[in-house]
Design a protein around this ligand. Sequence first.
Ligand code: AMP
Length: 487
Amino acid sequence: MSFADLGLSDELLKAVTDAGYTEPTPIQASAIPSVLMMRDLIGIAQTGTGKTAAFVLPMIDILSHGRSRARMPRSLILEPTRELAAQVAENFEKYGAGTKLSMALLIGGVSMGDQIKALEKGVDVLIATPGRLMDLFGRGNILLTGCSMLVIDEADRMLDMGFIPDIEEICTKLPKQRQTLLFSATMPPPIKKLADKFLDNPKMIEVSRPASTNLNIKQFLVPVSGNAMKKREALRQLLGQDEVRNAIIFCNRKTTVRELNKSLKKHGFKAGEIHGDMEQAQRIAELDLFKDGKINILVASDVAARGLDIKGVSHVFNFDAPWHPDDYVHRIGRTGRGGATGIAYTLITSEDAENIQNIEKLTGQKIDRLDLGAAAEAETPAATAASEEPRRGRRDRTTRGEGRRDRSARAPVAEAAPEVVEAPAAVEEPRRQPRQERRPEPEFAPPPRRDIRPDGGRRPRRDERDDGPDDGWNGPIPEFLKAVIGG
Ligand code: AMP
């Protein structure tokens, strides 16, 4: 199937060709004709499948007819995080270059005054995180009665972040006669309930999860003692392999991200960090250093696992085994992108047995164990002699490149590892265990609060969330937004 078969306008076909896409991804092929026919839709798909273009492209065609009115956006896209909202805005900028559609991005951190001015002018597309949207709605700056298209993106992420009550409220402010598209990587019961309540006879589209079919990623579990020092040693040993061009290292906690980054730098690695406590501008700066190759290691919390599209990442490390199997899929999906090969190592301790079981159940794939001790024994005598040199001395007298040559004398660990078992084409297992089973509840019984999720799970506190809502956008304002807000 080609893009020309999907019913898109000539302008959009040109935009797609300009973007370098030769054929639609499965979700685009299934979703675009239905969206153009104004049907409601549930897309079970995650980032990396091309789902953004699956809704942005037909939206541009639909909205290109008609005019916007002050304070009455014609369409609304809800995103859980500022990064994803900005990425969707970039997509509109890219594909909608030939149209006169106006957009506004409502995310925390940008002056409300500028956003209100943009809304006053009238916008065709409003891209928002729920928190800021509710704020502006509460102040009477937005009327949603003219909004005939709603996209709820990353719905399961919204659930994790406690946004479902806000979304329900937003849905009630929109006209009943509208088109609603809902995208989610998984369909836990609260999302199903939301869909049943607010979507009308939706078409269901499910695309297989990239990691379940991406055989380009070799995966290994590396058993280590739970001791932080030992874990870091194991990590440094793996990072020392010659084939590690660059790597994203995921940790479960922000404090671990900070400490590990500090430790890696102390050991001479060119490392940086990204997590939810950082200002947006800092996050973008670190990402840019990584993308430009000025650092080749990025220590990250899960905030970086979703949505961010960084090409050419050779390795992903899970310094901590993720608590939720979905996060594993998202994390390792940062490598092996666009047909490239990638390697993912997960350091595991005796406490991770259940997490790993859940991951293997989700992906339908048994992950091979890599014994670092056995790999070390395979080292050549010359290499062993080199490795007995004081580590600091070696690093101090070498540049990073020379250090790499040093390390290449050792037997590459991956060579000692067995091949990965092939994954089945699709995963039929239930994908997510209810989160409350794994997150321990507080020992006391708190009174009913707004931070209790409808499914009974506790909504994470702001300081527990890595990408809490609307803490501040300080990053570069997209070009189209500058035009809209005059910034
Ligand atoms: P998404 O799932 O929307 O985050 O998209 C993931 C990546 O796929 C982005 O870098 C898109 O630019 C890219 N992409 C989207 N559609 C296509 C396509 N039809 N062909 C090739 N790449 C695409």
